[in-house]
Design a protein around this ligand. Structure first.
Ligand code: TUI
Length: 313
């Protein structure tokens, strides 16, 4: 399984690990990069010195390429961009905002940029500014969601940009990878699947909640247009009440504050925000990241053969 982005980034397989706030720490990024994928540190709302520590940790453990996800709603975006440049991080992915103003600076410093986009309009705008690739994220994903599914979004973006596109949202096995490649992607990004890697430092209760989840167990909470996909629990019922009351954006913000950390770090599966994608219902085991990747590659290969048989018959 090899696409042009493997050579562009120096990775073995076109598999990105989602840069999830709190859950995507150096430990997980090291394991994924060592296994031939692209491990990614999720900077989230962390201050720049914490992000620098995480980067140093990855560099100490592996010479393989890795990335940092920069969360554009963080109060520390400017400092995190400086750290990424100083530490010569090979690749960044970006989320929840438009990284346009930093692109020329990053490019001049040799940092490759793969912004996450959830619309064709933003994909076109960023392609014009000159990014290295795009991550097309469908609304099946966990965390912040756009409004278009991966199946519909991905080919529409592939058709209008002359850049490698990575598919994200709703992918957790070899079938999903082959489907994404069929729609024109050059690779995939997976978040929820890698939360259930041994090396992910998320609390065991967070992982177990994903293992227990069925297809309809995620819900999008938060104010309309700023939705976050999570597993249903007592917190999401509190959010439902706010919706019913037509509550103000600030009330949503207050209810959500600190809840991702509570779920990932403290294992609060009742009042924590258990961000996960709709594919959670398909994930049934916790195993080493290297095994996840090897199984994905094996499965993608065997699915490719059966698809070819169907089509040529
Ligand atoms: O970023 C995500 N997903 C996330 S980030 C996150 S961190 C967090 N969330 C809540 C509480 C505490 C921490 C959880 N999930 N996905 C990437 C993504 N980015 N999807 C959509 C977008 C996006 C949205 C708007 C990208 C650009 C954009 O631009 C608006 C503009 O300025 O044009």
């Amino acid at each position: 399984m090899k696409t042009p982005i493997c050579d562009l980034l120096g990775i073995e397989y076109p598999i990105f690990q989602g840069g999830m706030a709190w859950a995507a720490t150096a430990e997980l990024a090291v394991a994924v990069s060592k296994a031939g994928g692209l491990g990614i540190i999720g900077a989230g709302n962390a201050p720049a010195d914490i992000v620098r520590e995480q980067i140093k940790k990855v560099k100490k453990e592996t010479d393989r390429p890795f990335g940092v996800n920069v969360y554009y709603l963080s109060p520390f975006v400017e400092e995190v961009i400086e750290v990424v440049i100083e530490e010569k991080v090979p690749v960044i992915t970006t989320g929840a905002g438009n990284p346009g103003k930093h692109i020329s600076k990053l490019k001049n410093s040799g940092v490759k940029i793969f912004p996450v986009v959830a619309s064709v309009a933003l994909a076109k705008r960023l392609a014009r500014i000159g990014v290295d690739g795009l991550i097309a994220e469908g609304m099946e994903c966990g965390g912040h969601v756009g409004g278009i599914t991966t199946m519909a979004l991905l080919p529409q973006i592939v058709d209008v940009v002359d850049l490698p596109v990575i598919a994200a949202g709703g992918i957790a096995d070899g079938r999903g990878i082959v489907a994404a490649l069929a729609l024109g992607a050059q690779g995939v990004q997976m978040g929820t699947r890698f939360v259930c890697a041994d090396e992910c430092t998320a609390h065991i209760k967070y992982k177990e909640a994903i293992l227990k989840a069925k297809d309809r167990d995620t819900v999008v909470t938060g104010p309309p247009a700023h939705g976050v996909r999570v597993l249903k629990n007592k917190l999401t019922r509190e959010f439902d009440k706010l919706i019913a009351e037509n509550a103000l954006a600030e009330e949503f913000e207050q209810l959500g504050a600190g809840k991702l950390r509570a779920a990932v770090v403290d294992g609060d599966d009742q009042f924590g925000s258990i961000m996960a994608g709709q594919i959670a219902g398909m994930i049934s085991d916790i195993k080493p990241a290297a095994e996840i990747i090897q199984d994905l590659v094996k499965e993608a290969n065997s699915v490719t053969d059966s698809v070819a048989n169907f089509i040529k018959r």
